[in-house]
Design a protein around this ligand. Structure first.
Ligand code: MTE
Length: 323
């Protein structure tokens, strides 16, 4: 993502964290933060995971979760890493800001506004939107545009099931999503690192693809705040920034909707943002990635390894143009 200067008002990790935890965090960051922009050597991060465990708050167990399709059998990234190394600019631009600051987010009660070309528009409580559906575990590879990756056991429901219930009209060609705006809950919104609200969008066929889910938890537990409680999108064949967090609005629209990173830096981030090892980011290669916790880099796969499920969606499109 863009490299931005931190506000001097931001509290430094060293101010609120014990020295040993802070030191281990720095080692963790040394490994992972710039994995995609040329780091060739980095320390192993095992001990950091243990230290970071202290930073994560465990959520409540989700009941009735069934195994879903498409689970990868690769090793899952530890809970402590998934919940301690995040991008969530509403809480600051640093990777450890969300874990330290997202306790101010209040994920319940939660409402989602559905509007645009929908047969069933309205303001839905979390319970109305989510509870009618079975929760599935979806163990997905996730690839960040910064060239690091994780394997996350999400809990969620196919977005297609929800969309069908909302009855989009025939002219609904895209689905647009918005994150909450509330600087009291999201202190990073007092600064202009990005334009708020964070917005994202999918073409309707991407939104309806069986891989796309609205996630409400991970590792069988409620979604931690820093990962986008209570509801976030997960689109595993696209770079992580498409997976918008803490969603409060779903809108069905005819035209391609604006998206946050495309507005911030159009040359660097397109609407589609499919994981593509052959199209480099203007400032770094996308050919390889570092799985958090690994020493060596691995090759990035087209569509993040989900080509069989999604390549058809882009048949005939020049993916270097529609990046
Ligand atoms: N959603 C919102 N609202 N704000 C953000 O800053 N960051 C995105 C995405 N969703 C972001 C967001 C980016 S850049 C990534 S890589 C993923 O969230 C990170 O998700 P994770 O922290 O659960 O790994």
């Amino acid at each position: 993502m863009l490299i931005r200067h931190k506000s001097p008002l931001d509290i430094q990790p060293s101010e609120i964290t014990s020295k040993s935890v802070y030191r281990d965090r720095r080692r963790f960051l040394a490994t992972a933060a710039f994995a995609g922009i040329g780091a060739t050597f980095a320390p192993l991060i095992g001990p950091a995971s243990i230290a970071l465990a202290a930073a994560g708050t465990k959520g409540r167990k989700l009941e009735g979760v069934i195994p879903g399709p498409f689970a990868t059998d690769e090793d899952k990234t530890p809970y402590e890493d998934i919940t301690a190394y995040n991008n969530f600019y509403e809480f600051g631009t640093g990777k450890t800001d969300p874990a330290r600051k997202a306790h101010t987010l209040m994920p319940m009660p939660w409402k989602v506004k559905v509007d645009g070309a929908a047969g069933k528009p309205g303001v839905y409580d979390y319970d109305d939107l989510i509870r009618p559906h079975k929760l599935e575990e979806r163990i997905y590879r996730m690839r960040c545009v910064e060239a690091w990756s994780m394997v996350v056991p999400w809990v969620g429901i196919p977005l297609a099931d929800i969309i069908k219930r909302l009855e989009p009209a025939a002219n609904a060609k895209f689905v647009a999503f918005e994150t909450l705006v509330d600087p009291k809950q999201m202190p990073g919104q007092r600064f202009g690192a990005l334009n708020w609200p964070y917005v994202e969008g999918l073409r309707m066929d991407e939104a309806m693809n069986p891989l796309t889910i609205l996630a409400v938890g991970l590792y069988g537990e409620e979604m931690p705040n820093q990962n986008g409680a209570p509801i976030r999108l997960v689109v595993p064949w696209k770079y992580g920034f498409k997976s918008i967090k803490s969603i409060v609005r779903i809108q069905f629209v005819e035209e391609m909707p604006p998206t946050t990173w495309n507005m911030a830096a159009p040359r660097e981030y397109g609407f589609y943002s499919n994981v593509n090892p052959t199209v480099n980011h203007p400032r770094w290669s996308q050919a390889k990635e570092r799985r958090i916790g690994d020493f060596l880099k691995r090759k990035t796969l087209p569509f993040n390894g989900y080509a069989e499920q999604v390549a058809d969606l882009y048949a005939g499109m020049d993916l270097s143009k529609f990046y």
